[in-house]
Write a protein that binds this ligand. Sequence first.
Ligand code: MLT
Length: 256
Amino acid sequence: MKSAETDVAVVVDVLRATSVMTTAFGSGVKRIFTCCQISEAVSLAKQIENTDQGNQRPLLCGERSCKPISGFDHGNSPSEYTPARVRGQTLIMTTTNGTKAIEAASSAKQLIAASFLNLPAVVETLRGSRLVHLICSGTDGQITAEDVLLAGAIIDACTVEYRVTLEDDESRIAQGFWASCLPVSERSPWVSVKNGNEKQLSHLLAKSFGDTLGGANLKNLGFEQDLHRCAQIGTQSAVGVRSQKNPTAFELLASA
Ligand code: MLT
């Protein structure tokens, strides 16, 4: 990644970190701190509790090997992040891959969290950006198809909307993969989304997640419903944007 030149880094962890972040902001979460290590998350929670007395205790959230972390308030299923549970709260989140990808992209000028849920809002946020890097979190150091699909979807949308120039073959491969997974009669899947076919495409997408590395891991642990939850294109308008570094925190993008 050519960090010094990066205008915007878009972090992608479809299953499930950035889908959870999008859902949480959509449910009214105030701020999400992201940490790579469990110990870091726990000590940040203590620090915030000690300094922000009178405020609500931050909620510890995340997973290891897809499972909830012992002693934490919430795991990493979007279904846990309902308005009743999280509205107005501060979250501290640590996940196996997603929060590491956020850290890896830390030198970007602007950092946003993307998912299929907020795809149209992310595309709108990228309007006018000079250089965009898409950071796919993957699974344990390996590429995972659901992240490449979202990268391809963002590229497809930006090509249609802003006539962007693609700088590398990875972008072209991602765009081709997305188009081949979701065959449509229109010029591209994004055009089909714009024509109101997002429900049909979301259904196909959820099915394709079943064959991916990240999707298979979740299915094996009984989180199959999360594949459907994370495949819903454009159901959220919330976009989380990094609001501070050291410690890293995200807030809702003002225009979202
Ligand atoms: C991660 O960050 O590794 C993922 O979000 C994994 C998961 O959701 O279980």
